[in-house]
Write a protein that binds this ligand. Structure first.
Ligand code: FES
Length: 122
C-alpha cells in the first residue's frame, strides 16, 4: 500500500529535501518574467529574489507587519515592503529603512546544474 503525503494547502510542492536542501526549480521555472517569488517550505514563507544572475532567499513576512516582501518592489538588492515601504537587503535580510527595525532571517541558496536549491536558516 502506498502512502500519500499530506501537504498543507499553501505548501510549495517540491521533492523531499536532501540534507536540508530543497530543489525549487530552474530560475526560468521559478521566476518566469518576475524577479520575486514567494514559496512555502516546511510551513515557512520564503521570499526568493533574483538580482542579475544572483539569487537570494529571506523570510517572506516583513518583520514590521504582516506583508509579503515577495509582493514588493525590488530595486537593486533592496526589496520595498508593499505595505509601508520599508526596505530590506535581500542579500542578508538586514533592515535598511524605517519602519522596519528588525532584520529578516536569511536562507542559504545555491545553484547547481541549472537548479536552485534552498536550505532554511543558513
Ligand atoms: S509591514 Fe512592511 S514596512 Fe510595515
Amino acid at each position: 500500500m502506498s502512502v500519500i503525503p499530506i501537504i498543507p494547502a499553501d505548501e510549495t510542492r517540491t521533492a523531499p529535501p536532501v540534507d536540508g536542501w530543497y530543489a525549487v526549480g530552474s530560475p526560468e521555472e521559478l521566476f518566469g518574467d518576475n524577479d520575486c517569488k514567494g514559496l512555502v517550505l516546511e510551513g515557512v514563507k520564503v521570499g526568493v529574489f533574483r538580482v542579475d544572475n544572483d539569487i537570494f532567499a529571506i523570510d517572506d513576512i516583513c518583520t514590521h507587519g504582516y506583508a509579503l516582501l515577495s509582493e514588493g518592489y525590488l530595486e537593486g538588492h533592496e526589496i520595498e515592503c508593499p505595505l509601508h515601504g520599508g526596505l530590506v537587503d535581500v542579500r542578508d535580510g538586514k533592515a535598511c529603512t524605517a519602519p522596519i527595525v528588525r532584520d529578516t532571517r536569511a536562507h542559504q541558496v545555491r545553484v547547481e546544474d541549472g537548479q536552485i536549491f534552498i536550505k532554511l536558516y543558513g
